[in-house]
Design a protein around this ligand. Structure first.
Ligand SMILES: O=C(O)CCC(=O)C(=O)O
Ligand SMILES: [Fe+2]
Length: 302
C-alpha cells in the first residue's frame, strides 16, 4: 500500500540563508519545495544563466506573506540546513575496486505507547480474514521458496497515525545512519504476520526498477506477551561494493525483533528474516510488523 499524503511525506528543513555582508535569515522549507531547489542550484553553481534580470533575484515571502525577503542570486554565499542536506551519497563517494561497507541500522524501543501497541494487535486480529499470502507475489520460478508470511495491504484506520509518527523521526534517523536527507515522495507501509516456519530469504528492498527509489527501510515489531514465538531475527548484511554495485558480504548484524521497537536501515542493504517457530500456530501468536519504505522524490535532485 502506498500513501501519497503530502503532509506526511514532505518533511521540513530549517534553512539559514547566508548573504553577502554577513546577513542571514532562517526559513522553513519542505524538502521538495522548488525554492529550496533553486537555492541549492545556485550554491552548486548550476543555475542557468538567465537573460531575464528579474529571474536572477530571489523573492521569499515571510510571515505569511506580510513581508518579503528579496536579494539577487549573486548575494547568496551559503546555506546552513538542519537536518543536513548532502549533495551526494558519501557512502558511495569515490570508491574504486572492491570495498566492504558496514550496514548501519538503528533500533528504537517503545516506538508506540503500550495502549497503542495493544490496539494494533487487536486491530490485526480483527482483520485476520483480509491478510493474503506474500509468497504469491514475491516467489518466482527462480526463487520458489523466497518468502513465507501473510500481509495486509490496506489498514487506513491505523496507517495514517503511524506514518505521521514515523515522519517526525525521519530526520533524526537519517542523521544517525549517516545518510543525507533527501526529498521524500511518499512512504509505503504494509502489515505483515510471520507464523510457524515463516521466513523471508536474503534480499535487498530496492533492486528492481519499480523499487529503485526506496531509500530507507523500516520495520516495527509488535506481538502478544509473553512472547509467543521464537526465531524471526532480522539479519542485516554488510555490503560489498564492487564496480559501483552492492552485494551482501558474509558479515551480518543480528537484530532481535523486540516488541514495540522499530528498526531502520538503508534499503540497499541485504537482509533476511530467519524462520519463526510458533508452537501454537495461532494467528494471534504471530510475529507482527508494520514495515515499509521511504521513497525518494526523483523529480527533485539535490
Ligand atoms: O520483518 C522484517 O524484519 C523485515 C521484512 C522485510 O525485509 C521486508 O518486508 O522487505
Ligand atoms: Fe526487506
Amino acid at each position: 500500500m502506498e500513501f501519497h499524503l503530502e503532509a506526511i511525506a514532505s518533511a521540513k528543513v530549517k534553512v539559514n540563508i547566508l548573504l553577502n555582508g554577513g546577513h542571514n535569515y532562517t526559513i522553513w522549507l519542505k524538502t521538495n519545495s522548488p525554492l529550496l531547489h533553486s537555492l541549492l542550484a545556485v550554491i552548486r553553481g548550476k543555475s542557468q544563466q538567465q537573460t531575464e534580470p528579474s529571474s536572477q533575484w530571489f523573492h521569499i515571502p515571510l510571515e505569511e506573506g506580510n513581508t518579503a525577503l528579496s536579494f539577487p542570486q549573486s548575494s547568496l554565499v551559503g546555506l546552513v540546513t538542519e537536518p543536513p542536506l548532502l549533495l551526494h551519497n558519501p557512502a558511495a563517494n569515490d570508491l574504486q575496486g572492491t570495498n566492504i561497507l558496514t550496514s548501519p541500522y538503528i533500533q528504537i524501543d517503545n516506538f508506540l505507547s503500550e495502549t497503542e501497541k495493544l490496539e494494533l494487535i487487536n486491530y490485526s486480529l480483527e482483520k485476520q480474514a483480509n491478510f493474503v499470502d506474500t509468497g504469491t507475489i514475491t516467489n518466482t520460478a527462480y526463487h520458489p521458496d523466497h518468502r513465507k508470511s501473510v500481509v495486509l495491504y490496506q489498514f487506513p484506520e491505523v496507517s495514517e497515525i503511524f506514518l505521521r509518527r514515523l515522519r517526525e523521526i525521519i530526520p533524526f534517523v537519517l542523521n544517525k545512519l549517516g545518510m543525507g536527507f533527501f526529498p521524500i515522495s511518499h512512504i509505503e507501509a504494509q502489515l505483515t504476520a510471520h507464523n510457524d516456519n515463516n521466513y523471508f530469504r536474503l534480499h535487498s528492498d530496492n533492486g528492481t526498477p519499480e523499487t529503485a527509489t526506496r531509500e530507507l527501510t523500516y520495520s516495527y515489531y509488535f506481538y502478544r506477551e509473553p512472547k509467543p514465538f521464537s526465531g524471526g531475527e532480522l539479519l542485516l548484511y554488510d555490503r560489498i561494493i564492487h564496480n559501483s554495485s552492492y552485494y551482501p558480504s558474509d558479515r551480518f548484524h543480528t537484530i532481535e525483533p523486540r516488541n514495540n521497537s522499530i528498526v531502520f536501515f538503508p534499503s540497499q542493504c541485504y537482509h533476511e528474516v530467519l524462520p519463526v517457530t510458533c508452537v501454537s500456530q495461532a494467528f494471534a501468536d504471530s510475529r507482527f510488523t508494520i514495515n515499509g519504505w521511504v521513497r525518494r522524490d526523483e523529480s527533485f535532485q539535490f
